[in-house]
Design a protein around this ligand. Sequence first.
Ligand SMILES: Nc1ncnc2c1ncn2[C@@H]1O[C@H](COP(=O)(O)OP(=O)(O)OP(=O)(O)O)[C@@H](O)[C@H]1O
Ligand SMILES: [Mg+2]
Length: 448
Amino acid sequence: MTDQNVSILLIDDDESLNRVISYQLQDMGYHVETATDGKQGLEKFKKGTFDIVLTDLQLPGIHGMDLLSDIRREDKYVIVIIITAYGTVENAVEASRMGADDYLTKPFGKETLRFTIEKALRLRNLQTENVQLRGELYQKYDFRNLVGKSSAFEDVLKLTGRVAESDATVLIQGESGTGKELIARAIHYNSPRKNKPLITANCPSIPDNLIESELFGHVKGAFTGALKDRSGKFELADGGTIFLDEIGDLREDLQAKLLRVLQEKEIERVGDSRQIKVDVRVVAATNKLLFQLVQNGQFREDLYYRLNVVNITIPPLRDRKEDIPFLVDHFLHKYSKDERFAITDEALRVLHEYDWRGNVRELENAIERASVIATSPVITPDLLPPMIRDFSPNNTSHSTENRSLDQIERQAIENALDKTAGNQTKAARLLNIPRHVLIYRMKKYGIT
Ligand SMILES: Nc1ncnc2c1ncn2[C@@H]1O[C@H](COP(=O)(O)OP(=O)(O)OP(=O)(O)O)[C@@H](O)[C@H]1O
Ligand SMILES: [Mg+2]
């Protein structure tokens, strides 16, 4: 694991100390997030993925010991190092009795800090030599967080598990908020490349004039402002995985460059004609129907086929409503405060009725919002956003208004397959289309 991949959560109510320590840790190459009280610390911990927690024991809000046990309940393998005043903890045995892996006595210098972190990481690496443990550890990055029991989602999970082991290029498709990024992470962290970096490039969020250099790097003087050589994301991902998000928005000249990278496994920095070998696995995602972009001439066909070696299509949430109760449970756990939240049957029914254009992200936001405004640990319908609460299935989702032709066509195909228990010949007859057209459309919509 490279230092950049180690993520540390620092919890201390002394803000100036927080600043100093986090600056030192960043300087050592670690990724750091900070919190100034126990409650905020726990919330950040639940939302993020941390390798190490550095925490003071004297905190406002939650007592340090309670915080420690809450953190352990969330993740039994995370490294916890407590920061204590002189005389509180005398030795490592005492620290471990408190549930921590190690301790630091205030005040401490940068070298003590570095040594303690490195020792803890070495210890953890030793532990992870144990294969089974390593399996469990990596689950934290992925399958534990991938919730859903519908057969459609289980198919996605199975395929994800299988491709993870390979080195194949993967194209993940699905509407916004269906979990594409989550699947991409699962692929990386379950692949043989998991100890190497996972680098994300969100194509549309990078300014147009910088994207080429972001991806492929540049040499000094390549353009105004290029003051020194810089490696791009492909080089940073060497040995690991690059996640190209929103690939449908990639500019045409860069599509050509990307195609070359996939073919030759070499990149060229901007302003340099030397070829640099890179060993990078590509996982791409898009919420557009990429094949349609190909047909409209907006996306290179050859690149499409290079990317689409394995296709994972995540169905929209409204087509797998059986997943809703499991997801709700997962998010209730994630956003519960001191007491575990419950949800009433009536509220669950409301969630079931809704059409979820924003997919899992919209559901997650609804649960988070409800748990923030709740005055008791029970989620009732009135805590749900008005748009969801007042939704009436009769005026939108089942009517054909507001639905694209593709969605209607997809639904018709799925209905026909349902009615014929998956028999393609019969389904084609029902739809009054030739069987090969049915098969083509099924492929297009990722219906299996
Ligand atoms: N199956 C799932 N189990 C648990 N959480 C999920 C699941 N699917 C999605 N989420 C959560 O929903 C949110 C949106 O997921 P993610 O960012 O992966 O979606 P996306 O498809 O990349 O969306 P976009 O196209 O808008 O970028 C995240 O917070 C993610 O953790
Ligand atoms: Mg995304």
